[in-house]
Design a protein around this ligand. Structure first.
Ligand code: NAP
Length: 468
């Protein structure tokens, strides 16, 4: 949406948005589980050019965020550009015509001079391949495919996983189910959520006091930016902060939760730091229990753990996250001379500034490799990427060339730098996270401050590309 808005403002007239589902909103359309919200304050989790003084709370719920993006789509007249219900299966660069041919399921081919891949990092739900799962008699679903017709009343419910999504939906399950069993593989740092409703006079002031909402938005960005020091491998700030929050967690241990459930054995920030005010109370209910022994298999009416214990359940809800490191799959992407993007990325995805890959001219990836954040708003990164790609497109036209292909040496230098910076972050330490491949290469996160990304994307760097 952001790319379409900005490209049109730059004078591009022929834009088509290909979307598999039936509406805009991406992750906010797919993730409608009870309790879904964003853990980035709403004033920062919105476009800088479409600010919203009317957010109801500091951390607004999913329905309000989705409504915001739907409104932006309407106000910027994007819907006529959208083709809903079409799935891209293949994108091939035609060397002779210097065009992308984008093939849809069903065989139709859409031609484009520029191909922007904006499928994100978290759109393909991951359900672990647990032996016996097929034989389960009850209901199962993933948090990103929530079944609102299913009611938990009177049921024994298993929740698998305790990441950012589970922390949000588990309190709902605990409220309604007769009993809840959480299967937790490893602990997360879960801290209080500084959330509250905005008062009517605050919303009035955001709308009417010149510059106030913008200043507030900037203050959130600056405060979050300072949290990057938590992500450094050797961070005194993290040690102090950990010491500050541990007594609060210790109280939960004193209240009866096992220590290994509450206090992670890896440094804070290695996985996303979670915020919630109702998660721990939900686990402290007498009808809730946490199992930390790994799941061995599923039976028709029970989950069996590796110690041979059977846990009878009626429903299993998977909060097991997404397939994150195989960017752009299952779309087949072929660049110059038929090269296969997924083969190029066999050892882990990488792209210059997360956007450009040599051999794939005029192709830009949004929220691509190494552009996720652990400390600030992804909307900021998206806007930077769009500013960069718009500048690339404009510079390409001005140059009179038809295609721009990133120079391999630029890619190598860029990748070396990202991996060098990654070595200095907490993400490469001893935790299992969706930020890295099984081999430990950091493929998902930007390992620096966002203002460094802002700086790096200020110019198109057309000299970094071969023009043809
Ligand atoms: P996630 O953070 O990847 O969490 C997946 C959970 O499932 C983890 O607890 C993981 O355990 C567990 N798991 C995976 N495979 C398992 C298995 N075979 N057996 C047992 N447990 C297993 O996924 P998510 O919670 O959906 O969140 C993904 C990302 O989406 C977040 O990090 C965040 O960026 C985004 N998100 C954001 C918000 C927001 O408020 N902005 C909300 C929801 C999601 P381990 O930890 O041991 O691997």
């Amino acid at each position: 949406m952001c790319a379409a808005i900005r490209l049109r403002e730059a004078g591009v007239r022929d834009i088509t948005i290909l979307e598999r589902s039936d509406g805009v909103g991406g992750t906010w359309r797919d993730n409608h589980y009870p309790g879904a919200a964003c853990d980035v304050p709403s004033h920062l989790y919105s476009f800088s050019f479409a600010r919203n003084p009317d957010w109801s709370r500091k951390f607004s719920p999913q329905s309000e965020i989705l409504a915001y993006f739907e409104r932006v789509a309407r106000e910027y007249d994007l819907l006529p550009l959208c083709r809903f219900g079409v799935e891209v299966v293949r994108a091939t660069f035609d060397d002779a015509a210097r065009l992308w041919r984008i093939e849809l399921a069903g065989g139709e081919v859409v031609e484009a001079e520029v191909f922007i891949a904006a499928t994100g990092q978290l759109n393909r739900p991951y359900v672990p391949d647990i032996p016996g799962l097929d034989s389960f008699d009850g209901t199962t679903f993933h948090s990103a495919r929530w079944d609102h017709d299913h009611h938990f009343e009177g049921e024994s419910v298993a929740v698998v996983g305790n990441g950012a999504s589970a922390v949000q939906f588990l309190p709902h399950v605990a409220r309604h189910a007769a009993s809840l069993t959480l299967f937790q593989r490893s602990a997360n740092w879960i801290l209080p959520k500084p959330d509250r409703e905005f008062r009517p006079w605050e919303r009035f002031a955001f709308r009417h006091v010149p510059g106030l909402e913008r200043a507030y938005r900037f203050s959130i960005w600056a405060r979050f930016e300072s949290r990057f020091s938590l992500m450094r491998r050797r961070s005194l700030f993290r040690k102090l902060f950990t010491a500050l929050v541990t007594p609060g967690l210790q109280k939960l241990v004193n209240a009866g939760l096992p220590r290994e459930v509450v206090i992670p054995d890896y440094p804070m920030g290695c996985k996303r730091v979670l915020i919630s005010n109702d998660y721990w109370p939900a686990l402290l209910k007498p009808t809730s229990k946490v199992v930390t022994t790994p799941i061995a298999r599923v039976h028709p009416n029970a989950v069996e753990t590796a110690d041979g214990v059977l846990h009878p359940v009626d429903t299993i809800v998977f909060g097991t996250g997404f397939q994150t490191t195989k960017f752009l799959t299952p779309i087949e992407v072929r660049g110059t001379e038929g090269r296969d993007l997924h083969e190029e990325w066999a050892k882990g995805a990488s792209a210059h500034l997360g956007m450009a890959v040599p051999g794939f001219p005029n192709c830009f990836i949004l929220y691509g490799p190494n552009t996720n954040l652990g400390h600030n708003s992804i909307i900021f990164m998206t806007e930077r990427q769009v500013e960069y790609l718009v500048e690339c497109v404009v510079d390409l036209w001005r140059s009179g060339a038809r295609s721009m292909d990133l120079k391999p040496e630029v890619m190598r230098a860029s990748d070396r730098e990202v991996q060098r910076l990654a070595e200095d972050t907490v993400w490469v330490t001893n935790c299992h996270s969706w930020y890295k491949t099984d081999e430990g290469r950091l493929t998902n996160n930007w390992p620096d401050h966002t203002y460094e990304y802002w700086r790096a994307t200020l110019r198109s760097g057309i000299e970094d590309y071969e023009l043809a």
